[in-house]
Design a binder for this molecule. Structure first.
Ligand code: IMP
Ligand code: MG
Length: 177
């Protein structure tokens, strides 16, 4: 698996530092709010697992399963699988691995607000601003990445590489295998 990586963007240590900083910001903003942290599966893990350990607040956890990607392309069918958590009057922190076109987080944020969430803050490990097609920004961003397809630490290519402890770019030959 490691042999498939052309270039490392963020090492394990860099990711830990990024998450610690996000945790500090979220602690400052949510320490008195009892937020509901909702992760978008599958990409939110392991980011969400590490992130919540850095937030010092009474919080609850839940998940939603959403999919929009096939291979390296975002498709137009965003599918919410299963039950949506009860968000009525909750201060929600919505967590995902990466903000790309913005379709997923814009759609889910609007949905949760329509279901009565008091607020919905978006927290992503990575932001790919050049990929944006929808008018949406994240409130908490770990770091930026250029318009390249990245894998590792939750980010997948056809379901694989989520378990890499770092984030990198795949060699071209992996796509043609
Ligand atoms: P969006 O709806 O286009 O913003 O896409 C967000 C989702 O696409 C993320 O939750 C990821 O699952 C996936 N995604 C976007 N860019 C990448 C990437 O570079 N690598 C892996 N997955 C990605
Ligand atoms: Mg994904």
């Amino acid at each position: 698996m490691n042999n498939d990586i052309k270039k490392v963007f963020f090492s394990e240590e860099e990711i830990n530092n990024i998450i610690s900083k996000l945790g500090e910001k979220l602690t400052a903003d949510f320490k008195d709010k009892k937020p509901l942290v909702i992760g978008l599966l599958n990409g939110c893990n392991p980011f969400m697992t590490d992130l919540v350990k850095k937030i010092q607040a009474y919080l609850t956890l839940d998940y939603m399963k959403v999919s929009s990607y096939v291979g390296t392309e975002s498709t137009n069918n965003l599918v919410i699988e299963g039950k949506i958590p009860d968000v009525k009057d909750k201060e929600v922190i919505l967590v995902d691995d990466i903000l790309d076109t913005g379709r997923t987080l814009k759609t889910i944020k609007e949905k949760l607000l329509a279901l009565g969430a008091k607020s919905v803050s978006l927290c992503v490990l990575l932001d790919k601003p050049e990929g944006r097609k929808f008018d949406i920004q994240a409130d908490y961003v770990g770091d930026l990445v250029p318009n390249e397809f990245v894998v590792g630490y939750g980010l997948d290519y056809n379901g694989y590489y989520r378990n890499l402890p770092y984030i990198g770019v795949l060699k071209e030959e992996v796509y043609t295998k």
